[in-house]
Design a protein around this ligand. Sequence first.
Ligand SMILES: Cc1cc2nc3c(=O)[nH]c(=O)nc-3n(C[C@H](O)[C@H](O)[C@H](O)COP(=O)(O)OP(=O)(O)OC[C@H]3O[C@@H](n4cnc5c(N)ncnc54)[C@H](O)[C@@H]3O)c2cc1C
Length: 489
Amino acid sequence: MATASAIDWPALEKALRRVLPPRAVVSKAQELLSYDCDGLTMDRHQPPLAVLPDSTEQVAAVLKLCHEQGVPFVARGSGTGLSGGALVEQEALLVITSRMRQVLSIDLNNQTIRVQPGVINSWVTRAVSGDGFYYAPDPSSQIACSVGGNVAENSGGVHCLKYGVTSNHVLELEVVLPDGTVTTLGGPLAEMPSLDLRGVFIGSEGTLGIATAITLRLLRQPEAVAVLLADFTSMEAAGEAVRLVTAAGILPAGMEIMDNFTIRAVDQMLEQELYPADAAAALLIELDGSSAEVELAAASTAELCRQAGARDVQVATTSEDRARLWQGRKSAISALGRLYPSYYLQDGVVPRSALPKVLARIDELSREHELPVANVFHAGDGNLHPLILYDGREEGVHQRVKDLGAAILRLCVDSGGSISGEHGVGADKRCFLDWMFSPADLETMQLVRKAFDPLQRANPGKLFPTPVSCGESSRRAQQIQLPDGVEVV
Ligand SMILES: Cc1cc2nc3c(=O)[nH]c(=O)nc-3n(C[C@H](O)[C@H](O)[C@H](O)COP(=O)(O)OP(=O)(O)OC[C@H]3O[C@@H](n4cnc5c(N)ncnc54)[C@H](O)[C@@H]3O)c2cc1C
């Protein structure tokens, strides 16, 4: 691979200007500043050069030039990623897909839509909702994040409990490989013969190439939807409600919990008591299906929440009432973001049964590290979103924040969970990957990566631990004292 000093940036810029339209090459320092980080704002590096192609042909021409001149590259969609995936840490060309925003075709008979990668997640549903269809994966960032970024991160969202994450909804990918070759992975049918290379690419965090066209599955809008809001005086009781509902065989479209910290932040921002300010936890449950099914499930779910200790259960069936109950959850991160200058959002996963104990331990860790932590999370699939709030101007605070984040992720892994449910590993968590995988596992993953990208020029240094990126830091989180009742699986 070319070393930083071996790259002739002026020559590359000149060559790029020849294959791209005017204003598709960004080289001014003040313009490149916009791309110095993604949603992980703690880590910043300004890229040396960026391009904004608008077609597959242009992406292929760019990657071909990179290949010829030995230049690494990093793909970027909307830059909302929370693990530093789109960060240009090493000298590399930034390839931004935000001008690739066309819906290429819609086939309602076969319930598919084909889009360019820069199309925003929520636009997909918007394009077909008039015909009674929608696109299920709905990250909380859905009004900003791109479908290409969703594919690279295998993103999840509120409705992924019932309907599955991005990989369950992508049929076909057009991909430009790191040498500039255009290829197709998957196909128009859900079941294609041969190796599932589409599946390999989804979640590969930009390390295998750049997706330039994506065929997605569309679902029919359900006949009826109900949203329940139950409030509890303890997190244990809210966790018990989640357990009772799933144990009863009810599969909600989504189950989300907000802790008291988040409830108060949301109410303060919205200037109304949307959720009871003294509740230890607010649980939102969305049920969908036929009218009869939803009516029955709503009654049973409300009863199970009361059995678990809910003080009150509200049921919303009209779209206005549902939107009102969801409003706080959807704006939770911005509400928390208003309280402190910065936040660091993690996404560890734990088995549902371990949720109350793990949350109690996170509370202790927050006190030990003297940093506030709020929790708002996808309770149905045990995907925690501990949000560490801090002021970046405080001396040494970044290391303390990272140490607390690492301690929380270690706790998740030791509780039988994972370091990431949906935000990816990126630059942020690569040093923790060896907590979950053996050296042989990691080597095998690298072999797969090298089959796509022998010279490892696509998103260099991301996802996999390297001695340079990790050093001894993968050991930095101390072995956590497990809470009572949480067993290592
Ligand atoms: C407030 C907030 C809430 C969020 N909520 C959720 C949530 O509920 N669920 C969830 O899963 N995530 C969530 N996220 C994280 C983030 O929005 C997702 O990871 C999203 O998929 C990133 O999309 P993006 O377009 O911003 O990608 P970027 O941040 O630009 O890039 C992310 C990664 O994808 C790669 N990439 C981008 N485009 C391509 C492409 N075309 N081909 C190949 N690789 C590519 C990049 O190299 C990088 O590694 C949230 C983020 C924020 C800020």
